[in-house]
Design a protein around this ligand. Structure first.
Ligand SMILES: [Zn+2]
Length: 318
């Protein structure tokens, strides 16, 4: 009889090999990206400008060689194109952003832009989808949290003292802080209604920090600010999709500890996944740098608030 331990060992080895094989296949798929359509060798006559050409598109006017008589199939394809199927496909870009985010962003920065949907437009569309989902799944949940926050902020406003204690410095300070609270409330109100603008601005700050933190990356050293900005816009889109999944899964938003509706550990995990694929640092270094980026962002936000408060008080003194 065979030794059962040996059989068990063998089974574990085979299972391990299988898992490794699957993982390496996933990894090579993730790195490869979108395949470009083969070049047509047939000669076509452009139906728009009547130029004869070989290839997929007319070199004179850019019309596709695939344009033919109106058939049912053609009509269906054209209808789907409105929804972003075909080249520059929205669903495909979102799919790649979920499955191989860092590599996809890398592709985009390297100039492989034709297969993907334009990033800023996509962020606005996904944010709109997020707002709609929020209204359907958890109507009023965010409003409740927001109203509570505004009330507790208003409670922090102090009366400007008169009489005995009303020396000038104290009065000016309280007046300045009250002004700050009013303006702050208006600004948060605006951003709440224009979430995509909020994301673009806050990710500009992320871009600045990421440019500094990842400047010596093995895959993409010395990325410039615009490249970092576009990579952050794509990351923001991906984070909005994860937020949407979180809202659907939890029937509302339990987490408001960051600007997305997801716990901060998940935010860090998603950013870690993106940065690992995009910059190619080791796992440990990527983890440390991801933490640095988020911590840097919080510190910058805190400093901006302090400067804003100081300016409000200074303004009250004038
Ligand atoms: Zn043509």
């Amino acid at each position: 009889m065979k030794n059962p331990l040996k059989i068990l060992g063998k089974t574990i080895c085979t299972a391990y090999d299988r898992v490794c094989g699957t993982l390496s296949r996933i990894d090579s798929w993730q790195r490869k990206g979108v395949k470009v359509a083969p070049l047509s060798a047939e000669s076509h006559e452009c139906l728009n400008c009547h130029t004869t050409f070989t290839g997929n598109f007319c070199p004179r006017c850019g019309q596709s060689a695939g344009v033919s008589r109106f058939t049912f199939k053609h009509a269906i394809n054209k209808t789907l194109e409105v929804w972003g199927l075909g080249n520059r496909s929205l669903p495909r870009t979102l799919w790649h952003l979920i499955c191989r985010p860092g590599y996809m962003i890398g592709d985009y920065l390297d100039g492989r832009q034709a297969p993907y949907f334009p990033p800023i437009k996509m962020l606005f569309l996904v944010t709109t989808a997020f707002v709609v989902t929020q209204h359907i799944v958890a109507p009023g949940a965010m409003d409740g949290i927001y109203t509570d926050a505004t009330i507790s902020l208003s409670d922090k406003k102090l009366d400007i003292p008169n009489g005995e204690e009303a020396y000038k410095g104290k009065r000016i300070f309280i007046e300045g802080m009250n002004n700050f609270i009013d303006v702050f409330k208006n600004v948060t109100d605006f951003f709440r209604q224009n979430q995509a603008i909020e994301l673009v601005l806050s990710h500009s700050l992320f871009a600045l920090i990421a440019m500094r933190v990842f400047r010596r990356s093995p895959l993409r050293p010395n990325m410039n600010l615009t490249e970092c900005f576009f990579s952050q816009i794509l990351i923001a889109t991906q984070l909005m999709m994860v937020s949407m999944a979180c809202i659907i899964a939890t029937q509302g938003s339990k987490w408001i500890d960051n600007m997305y509706c997801m716990p901060t550990w998940l935010l860090l995990l998603v950013m870690f996944y993106d940065y690992k694929q995009l910059y190619g640092f080791s796992l440990l270094r990527t983890a440390w740098f991801t933490f640095k980026v988020l911590a840097g962002w919080w510190i910058m936000m805190f400093l901006l608030l302090v400067v804003w408060m100081a300016l409000s008080v200074a303004w009250a003194a004038i």
